[in-house]
Design a protein around this ligand. Structure first.
Ligand SMILES: NC(=O)c1ccc[n+]([C@@H]2O[C@H](COP(=O)([O-])OP(=O)(O)OC[C@H]3O[C@@H](n4cnc5c(N)ncnc54)[C@H](OP(=O)(O)O)[C@@H]3O)[C@@H](O)[C@H]2O)c1
Length: 314
């Protein structure tokens, strides 16, 4: 396994992080089984993966609950990140909320669901563009003093946020943005933010929500209601974007043969090589998926093959 030290911290994390969004069991299809998710976590740890990502909104807490169950007796071996900032409750409208009151309420729920008394990284999931950043940072520093969190990070930020964020350089250890061969639109943001603010970049949707694994084609992209990918907003599986993604997958398949790796592993390797300071978040549903994805680690794509993938995904 490859590891990286997160900026401004003493945390050393595996560059492949197991993502917990499908673990929420909500709107990701009907093939999600808790025992398999737990087995995937255990498999990940055996593979040397020590980094797990979740959020209070994934399945309205279900992802944190399942991860907590899986980590029972193993908590000290892993780094766990979770997120706050989406005020979601059954039966009421959802809105972004970074208020100190909501932060303090949220962390207690997260710790209780995870069955732990501290969180390694607490991310602002989405900025509410209302609460001054100074108040958010103060509240997070308060949680640090209480020992409830070790570090904090950001998510879904862009270079336009730089002027505001620069005052807090060195405080945030990492940020998450969507990035994959299917979605390179945030590339400039990621490169600019990580260098200007000295934070470790983390990519989400790193497999394009599954399209870059090579298992989908025009004949089987027929997600049912109850799977978010059935909706147009999940652009990777619809229209022109789907056609373009399938061309990228064709190239990935050739490289998978050349390097004798699973297709998903080549897609992950591209990010690991092209963004060498990053950690790559991949959601999985079962052990076979984490096994395949872990094959993305500990080798390198040739510079020519990186160029080829850049061209086909441009
Ligand atoms: N900060 C944020 O706002 C934010 C937003 C989204 C996600 N995230 C984090 O980033 C993580 C990754 O993003 P994501 O889960 O949305 O998308 P992703 O990692 O691009 O795709 C995950 C899906 O791909 C499929 N898959 C994964 N590995 C596979 C393999 N080896 N073979 C075949 N299929 C495989 C699985 O679905 P199927 O088997 O059903 O195809 C899985 O649910 C999340 O889990 C979450 O922790 C953060």
């Amino acid at each position: 396994m490859e590891y990286i030290k997160l900026k401004n911290s003493d945390l050393s994390v595996s560059r492949l992080c197991m993502g917990g969004c499908p673990m929420g069991g909500y709107d990701w299809g009907s093939d999600i089984v808790e025992d398999e998710l737990i087995a995937a976590v255990h498999c990940a740890i055996e593979l040397g993966i020590n980094f797990f990502d979740t959020a209070d909104t994934y399945g309205l807490g279900q992802s944190e609950r399942t991860l907590g169950k899986a980590l029972k007796g193993r908590r000290d071996k892993v780094i766990v990140g979770s997120k706050f900032g989406v005020h979601a409750k059954k039966g009421t409208p959802t809105f972004y909320d970074n208020s100190p009151e909501w932060i303090r309420q949220s962390i207690d729920g997260t710790l209780s669901r995870l069955g732990t008394d501290y969180l390694d990284i607490y991310y602002v999931h989405y900025r509410d563009r209302k609460t001054p950043l100074a108040e958010v940072v103060d509240a997070l520093e308060g949680l640090k003093k209480q020992g409830k969190i070790r570090y904090y990070g950001l998510s879904n930020i862009h270079q336009s946020d730089l002027p505001e964020l620069e005052a807090y350089k060195g405080r945030f250890v990492a940020f998450q943005d969507e990035y994959s061969l299917a979605t390179r639109k945030n590339e400039e943001d990621i490169l600019g933010l990580s260098s200007r603010l000295s934070m470790t970049p983390m990519t989400w949707g790193s497999l394009g929500q599954g399209i870059l694994t090579g298992k989908y084609s025009l004949s089987n992209v027929d997600f049912k209601a109850g799977d978010r990918r059935s909706r147009d907003i999940y652009v990777n599986f619809h229209g022109e974007k789907l056609l373009k993604n399938l061309k990228i997958v064709d190239e990935l398949k050739l490289l998978a043969q050349k390097y004798d790796k699973p297709v998903s592993a080549v897609a992950i390797r591209f990010i690991l090589d092209y963004l060498p300071e990053s950690a790559v978040l991949c959601g999985v549903k079962r052990p076979a998926q984490i096994l395949a994805n872990a094959e993305g680690c500990d080798w390198k794509l040739s510079p020519e093959d990186i160029e080829l993938l850049k061209e086909v995904s441009a």
